[in-house]
Design a protein around this ligand. Structure first.
Ligand SMILES: *[C@@H]1O[C@H](CO)[C@@H](O)[C@H](O)[C@H]1NC(C)=O
Ligand SMILES: *[C@@H]1O[C@H](CO)[C@@H](O)[C@H](O)[C@H]1NC(C)=O
Ligand SMILES: *[C@@H]1O[C@H](CO)[C@@H](O)[C@H](O)[C@H]1NC(C)=O
Ligand SMILES: *[C@@H]1O[C@H](CO)[C@@H](O)[C@H](O)[C@H]1NC(C)=O
Length: 274
């Protein structure tokens, strides 16, 4: 798998006090639920001037996840990238309503980040938290409005994020931001305060070869999670590079296995904690 070239884009408590959260006993789907090719099955809707990719579960599997939903936060390639849509669909196959906001207003990064005219720094400057948090807030509001959330009983939202979106999975799981659990695969630009600020169980999938999360940074992230009062999990996948959770080369059995395992890691996290 080709790595992104721009380093900017790639950038991404005591155990006794750790919150005890009971398991819900849902059964996780197996790895074959991950669609790596084919047509996406969701639809786009516009809500509060934000485009959302929405993928709904079949009623038969949805029943086990009533009152829970997944907010899917993409990498810089956006909801326009087929692999993002297919992975969102895979979460729907696990029983969740899935909502993925168009984080880049119809203008995601080009598939070749070295394409002439594309300026990574300018792109990231345009899409910092001040621009991105409100888009995610609109997606959260959509979930609550369409999935029957009330002030007394809000829909329990798990945020799953990849690269660029991984940071926002953490941000959205902070107090009052709408998600109650987070999963992030190879997060970019994730800050210490955002890790300590998370207010729900947080799970991370890390790549072996990731200039955004090299071993020292991974260790620092683990130390911060250890100091948080939330349940956490960090899994390191051998034979992988940054981006594998979405854009793995699925012709390579090791990368395919890692991508599917990271998906199952997220599904089991949400099955247990949502
Ligand atoms: C809707 O969003 C677009 C950008 O996606 C913006 O150009 C436009 O001004 C917005 N319209 C309203 C009514 O906010
Ligand atoms: C790791 O990533 C670098 C680019 O950052 C690439 O040159 C190298 O081939 C990768 N190594 C492996 C084992 O994938
Ligand atoms: C974790 O907490 C201990 C005790 O408060 C502190 O000494 C340490 O620096 C903290 N580590 C991190 C990574 O915040
Ligand atoms: C994907 O993996 C296969 C099998 O390892 C390899 O032959 C192929 O060159 C890889 N494709 C890319 C684009 O790296």
């Amino acid at each position: 798998m080709r790595l992104l070239s721009s380093s900017l884009l790639l950038l991404a408590g005591s155990a006794a006090a750790r919150r005890q959260i009971p398991a819900h006993g849902c059964t996780a789907v197996d790895g074959s639920a991950v669609a790596n090719s084919g047509k996406s099955v969701g639809t786009e809707v516009v809500y509060n001037n934000i485009t959302l990719y929405v993928s709904k579960p079949d009623e038969s599997v949805r029943k086990a996840r009533t009152g829970a939903a997944v907010l899917y936060l993409t990498d810089v390639f956006g909801i326009q990238l087929l692999e993002n849509r297919l992975l969102a669909d895979s979460f729907a196959r696990a029983g969740y309503l899935v909502v993925a906001p168009d984080l880049f207003n119809g203008a995601p990064a080009p598939s070749d980040l070295n394409a002439p005219g594309f300026d990574t720094g300018a792109f990231l400057g345009l899409h910092g938290p001040a621009a991105t948090d409100p888009i995610i807030a609109a997606a959260v509001a959509y979930v609550q409005a369409t999935a029957g959330g009330t002030a007394q009983a809000p829909v329990r939202i798990g945020a799953t994020g990849y690269c660029f979106g991984g940071r926002y999975a953490f941000r959205t799981a902070a107090a009052g931001r709408g998600a109650v659990a987070a999963f992030a695969a190879h997060p970019s630009l994730l800050e210490d305060g955002e890790i300590l600020g998370v207010k729900g169980p947080a799970s991370v999938a890390a790549a072996e070869n990731d200039s955004m999360m090299p071993p020292a940074r991974r260790a620092a992230i683990e130390a911060l999670l250890l100091n948080s009062t939330q349940p956490y999990q960090v899994a390191l996948y051998s034979g992988t590079s940054h981006g594998f959770g979405v854009r793995a080369n699925v012709s390579n059995p090791i990368e395919k296995f890692a991508k599917e395992s990271a998906y199952l890691q997220a599904v089991r996290w949400f099955d247990n904690f949502l």
